[in-house]
Design a protein around this ligand. Structure first.
Ligand code: ATP
Length: 294
């Protein structure tokens, strides 16, 4: 497990990270969400040791992260970083060797990864000859070639078409299933919603929410309900303790203002009036949680 505790960092007078704490658990895909400039890349750079924190600690399995441990991390930086004029397979295998693999293992891992990422037929091409989406797949292969114990990926899904998202996801999921903690940042909330087990939301350099995706959704979703009846549902507006979000004919979406049993009062009133087609809590999307948390 990777544990980030109370990280702080400034650039000049600008405090960019303030008391940032979260965990990336083994076998879990953790989505790191935040608006532009909220501090995701800075946090990732600190975890990787590319940048120093001004306060706080980063530990791996309970011990401070040393250079030798970082050597075994896999990182896909925001600025990417493969060589445009070098052959794809050649440079990925070479990166594997830089991370300590022998030549034969580096070559074998490279071939396997390129095949998995459906790039096997492009291995001999120069990176610059690949489309942007395929260059992105090559970057992912480069982050994975040395069988890292921890994966940190800055926007790994940006620029990928939906089929490529599935391909890359399959590769990352396989690593997670083998116990590797995976931390990845993304702006595509709908993608993260589908992909991640855990979520960390950062806003203005502070953690706004974190935890298991489903727990977060449940926590943020306990106060909103949808009622569908057989006739007009406008009367819901008059139930005490209820704030109506939307009424559209027989369908009403409302929130509770904290008064106990207001949801029950709505349901009982609806039953008294006639047929109730459905009455369900509304589970928020990650988009909605994100907008509320930041
Ligand atoms: N080397 C630097 N010098 C000065 N300011 C910096 C530096 N690196 C980052 N910042 C500032 O720190 C803040 C956080 O930047 P960071 O790149 O971590 O955000 P981010 O969440 O990754 O954003 P994005 O989603 O746009 O990539 C921004 O205000 C940025 O301008």
């Amino acid at each position: 497990m990777l544990t980030v505790t109370s990280i702080g960092r400034s650039f000049g007078d600008l405090q960019v990270l303030d008391g940032v704490s979260f965990e990336v658990r083994p076998g879990r895909m953790t989505g790191f969400l935040g608006a532009n400039g909220s501090g995701k890349t800075t946090t990732m750079r600190i975890v990787l040791g590319v940048l120093a924190a001004h306060s706080g600690t980063v530990t791996w399995r309970g011990s401070p992260v040393t250079g030798a441990v970082r050597q075994r991390f896999g990182y896909m930086p925001e600025e990417r970083g493969l060589y445009p004029k070098m052959g794809v397979a050649e440079q990925i295998a070479w990166l594997g060797q830089l991370h300590g693999l022998d030549q034969a293992t580096a070559k074998r891992n490279t071939e396997r990864l390129l095949d998995q990422l459906e790039l096997g037929h492009r291995g001999k091409d120069k990176l610059e000859e690949l489309s942007l989406g395929n260059q992105q797949r090559a970057q992912i292969a480069a982050a994975l070639v040395h069988d890292p114990v921890m994966l940190i990926l800055d926007e790994p899904f940006s620029g990928l078409d939906p089929i490529a998202v599935e391909t890359v996801l399959g590769v990352l999921r396989e690593r997670a299933a083998n116990g590797v903690p995976v931390l990845f940042s993304s702006h595509q909330l709908s993608v993260v919603e589908r992909l991640c087990d855990d979520v960390v939301i950062i806003s203005g350099g502070k953690i706004a929410a974190s935890g298991a995706r489903d727990e977060l959704r449940a926590r943020y979703g306990t106060t909103r309900f949808e009622l569908v009846v057989a006739s007009d549902a406008g009367w819901v507006r008059d139930v005490p303790g209820v704030r109506v979000v939307d009424v559209d004919g027989p369908r009403a979406v409302f929130e509770l203002d904290g008064r106990p049993d207001a949801d029950r009062a709505v349901l009982e009133a609806a039953l008294r009036r006639g047929t109730v087609r459905s009455f369900t809590p509304v589970v928020p999307t990650l988009d909605e949680i994100f907008m509320e948390a930041i």
